[in-house]
Ligand binder design. Sequence first.
Ligand SMILES: *Cc1c(COP(=O)(O)O)cnc(C)c1O
Length: 369
Amino acid sequence: MTSGTERSTPRLRAALDGIPSYRPGRAATGRDGVPAYKLSSNENPYPPLPSVLETVRESAMSFNRYPDMFATSLTAAIAARFGVPPTHIAIGTGSVGVLQQVVQATAAEGDEVVYAWRSFEAYPIVVQVSGARSVTVPLRADEHHDLDAMAAAVTDRTRLVLVCSPNNPTGTAVRRAELERFLDRVPADVLVVIDEAYREFVRDPEVPDAIEIYRDRPNVAVLRTFSKAYGLAGLRVGFAIAHEPVADALRKTAVPFGVSGLAQVAATASLDAEDELLARVGALVVERSRVQNALREQGWAHAGDSEANFVWLRLGGRTEEFTGACESAGVVVRPFAGEGARITIGEPEANDVFLRVVKGFAPGAAPST
Ligand SMILES: *Cc1c(COP(=O)(O)O)cnc(C)c1O
C-alpha cells in the first residue's frame, strides 16, 4: 500500500488542463433520399488512383514486418522531386505528426510559439501539450496573416513561428514580398515553419513556393503533406524540408516506425503518378473558381481569396443556422461557432448543393424563415 494521501486518479500533467479538444470534421450521415456529402475535412473527393492502390495491395502482403524506419525509398523520391538533399527531409505520420516533432524539437515550458489566429486547429493543441505557451496574432480584417504584427510578437522567449499558407480555414496565402520582409525581421535563432498543406492548390503567382524560400534561410522549414492534393489522408504521411540540424532534430523526435509501409509505398507511388494526381488538383481548382465566382456574385467579401481546396465564409452569429441548413440539404461543412464556416471543394454535385443553401445567407439576402 502507498503511504500518504490516497489519490483517486493518476496524476496527469497540468499542461493538459483545458486543452481544446480536436474536433474532426463531422462524418456525412445520409438520410432517406438525401445524398450526404462530406465537405468538412478538406479531403480529396477522388478515390485512390489504381496504380497507387496496386502498390498498397502488394505491400499489404508483408505487414507482418516493421516498415523501413528511415523511409529510405520515399525520402529519396522526395529529395529527387524537390531537388533537396535527403538529409534535409524528415517524414512523419501526416504533417500534423511532423508538426508535433517540430514543437518537441524546439519548445517546452517557458518557451513561446507564435502563430496567427484563426488558423489550423492542431496548433494550440500541439503547443499546449508541449508545455510551451501559444502567442496568437489575430488575422487582418482581410483574413490574411498579419506578418508585421507577428514579427513584433517575437520575443527572446520565442522558439518557433508557424505560418500557415494557404491558411486553414480562411484559404488566404502569404505573398512573396511580405514573407521575405517578415523573415528578414525574425532572429536567425528562431525557427519559422511554413505549413504548406495546400500548396498544390495555389494559383496566385505572387505566392511563393516555400521550398524556394528555405534554401538560403537556415531557420526556415517547410511542412508538406500527402493528405490533401495526393489523396492519402487515411494513410498518414507528411514531411518537413529543413536544413540539416533542424531535419536531424525532427528525425530524433519521430515516433519510431510511425509511418507504415503502406503509407511509404503509397506516397512514393503518388510521386510517380504525380501528373495524374495534379490533373485532379487542376479539376478541383476549376471547381473552386466556379464556386468562388458564384459566391462573389452573391456578395461574399473574401470567399474569392482562397488558394486552397476550401472556401471560408464569415457568417458570424449565423454560422450554426447555416451549418444546420447545409446538413438538411445533404452537405456537412465545418463550423467555427460565432465566426464562420469552412466548406471543402468537393464533387460538383456537392458544391451545387452548398451553393443553393448559401444563397439564403448571402450578405443582403433576406433571412431564411
Ligand atoms: C490538413 C492540414 C494538415 C495536414 O494534416 P496531415 O496530418 O498531413 O493529414 C497540415 N496543416 C494544415 C494547415 C492542414 O489543414
